[in-house]
Design a protein around this ligand. Structure first.
Ligand code: FMN
Length: 236
């Protein structure tokens, strides 16, 4: 079984997104999967030209000569594919969005309608990976994930991780609040469980999903902490 995560943070290896993906993939590896995290910021991915050559003249093949052919291969060879991103302006980053637009060769132009009346393009491959989403936001609370949830609704995701208070993820050692520190550590443990469960049984239990989304600290406290840390930045 192959699990691949495409990380769309511009911070790459230093990203909070990576801090979430890493334990999740550790769990998946424990359960026997081959795992990979692709840092899209390091890849050469041109913008889609909207020329539809991949649907017409050269079916399944893009006119660009960049890293996408090998990324598409990794995508279709996977059993599970994760899209991982920080929330940027309520959405995914431009890096990840650009990547998703370049997935067009995976589909054929033919339009179908599903049982809910929604239109979709037929896949070029008989079998496509199950999708999951890993997102983190700098704000506290859930409202920042609403657009990503709407985006994922059409993908029948096996798991969605929507982590608020993302700026706590990298500061475990500096975190004065021992309760919050414990909850962040438990979040990482819950991600390991989620990775194991997904590979072992094809789903993640609601207990684990609830653990993943447990509150790190009261929203007001987080606000105060972040605001104070910015006040301390030396702008001279
Ligand atoms: C350009 C930009 C836009 C952002 N927009 C949002 C936003 O709409 N909502 C939010 O909660 N956080 C927003 N953030 C904060 C990031 O989501 C947050 O810092 C996150 O932890 C970064 O994750 P990363 O280290 O994986 O890149 C934004 C950050 C940047 C740089």
């Amino acid at each position: 079984m192959i699990v691949t995560v495409f990380n769309g943070s511009p911070r790459g290896h230093r990203s909070n997104t990576h801090r979430i993906v890493e334990p999740f993939l550790e769990g998946a590896t424990d359960a026997g999967a081959r795992t990979e995290e692709v840092f899209l910021v390091e890849c050469d991915i041109q913008h889609c030209l909207g020329c539809f050559s991949c649907w017409g003249r050269t079916p399944g093949q893009c006119v660009h000569h960049d890293d996408m052919p090998s990324l598409l291969e990794r995508f279709v060879d996977s059993d599970y594919v994760g899209l991982a991103t920080p929330v940027y302006g309520m959405l995914m980053t431009a890096i990840l969005k650009n990547f998703t637009e370049r997935l067009l060769p995976l589909n054929t132009p033919h339009i179908h309608r599903d049982e809910d009346g929604r239109f979709y393009h037929e896949g070029r491959w008989k079998r496509l990976p199950r999708m999951f989403m890993i997102a983190n936001a700098g704000f506290p609370g859930g409202h920042n994930f609403e657009l990503l949830k709407a985006y994922m609704a059409s993908q029948d995701p096996v798991l969605e991780v929507y982590r608020d208070c993302g700026e706590l993820l990298g500061n475990l050692e500096d975190l004065g609040d021992p309760g919050a520190k414990k909850r962040v550590a438990d979040f990482y443990e819950a991600l390991r469980s989620a990775g194991r469960e997904m590979v072992a049984s094809g789903e993640v239990t609601t207990i684990t999903i609830d653990r993943i989304h447990s509150q790190f600290m009261p929203e007001e406290d987080y606000m105060d902490m972040v605001n104070r840390s910015w006040d301390e930045v030396d702008t001279a």
